[in-house]
Design a protein around this ligand. Structure first.
Ligand code: COA
Length: 177
């Protein structure tokens, strides 16, 4: 569990299934993401729970401290396959956009990763059209790797969401003591 000024960044719970499905039904949230069935929404949470148990980190659930409600996810995904590295990612309920919650959660997730995971860098991926997502990457100090655009292997050939861009941030240098 990570605590920030306004958020709890925590492992997933069964109570998150309903609000996560509500997000999956919101076309504004899913504009640049492949659609999910109810079963896929639930199996996605099952997978997050399993990865948390196996690795100790994943795209975690976000809860507002003041309201105690689930507003989405943000965190560090272990490498999904040999072509992926440790990856930061996010998805917020639409009502929680535009308030700095994603940035707050992402900055805390990166700080957690530098302290707890022995990796030199963390990547993030999105579509070029998803300006809110890569805007956040840039606010975090991530840099686009222009020669690393790729087609997402989980999406079918011809799907307009398939072409992806990649950003990366390197572990900050430790100040000399
Ligand atoms: C991508 C996503 C997480 C970005 O969320 P966001 O709320 O825009 O991002 P931030 O947390 O950085 O918030 C920035 C905004 O909050 C505003 N803000 C308000 N209070 C703030 C505060 N205390 N601190 C920082 N920013 C604040 C900023 O001015 C900025 O406003 P703007 O959108 O008008 O420019 C969100 O759009 C989302 O969930 N999208 C759908 C899912 C998705 O596409 N995920 C990525 C797949 S690759």
């Amino acid at each position: 569990m990570i605590e920030t000024e306004r958020l709890l960044i925590r492992p997933w719970r069964d109570e998150d299934r309903e609000p996560f499905w509500t997000m999956a039904c919101d076309q504004r949230v899913m504009e640049y993401l492949p659609p999910l069935t109810r079963a896929e929404s639930n199996s996605g949470i099952d997978r997050m729970m399993a990865l948390q148990a196996e690795h100790g980190h994943v795209f975690w659930a976000l809860e507002r401290k003041a309201e105690g409600d689930f507003i989405g996810f943000c965190g560090i995904m272990p490498p999904r396959s040999p072509i992926f590295e440790h990856e930061i990612g996010w998805r917020l309920a639409h009502h929680a956009w535009g308030q700095g919650f994603a940035r707050e959660a992402a900055e805390a997730s990166l700080a957690w990763a530098w302290a707890n995971v022995s990796v030199p860098a963390i990547m993030a991926i999105t579509n070029l059209a998803n300006t809110r997502s890569w805007g956040l990457m840039e606010r975090l100090g991530m840099v686009r790797c222009l020669d690393e655009d790729f087609d997402h292997p989980d999406l079918p050939v011809g799907d307009p969401l398939r072409p992806h861009i990649l950003y990366r941030i390197h572990r900050p240098h430790q100040a000399a003591t």
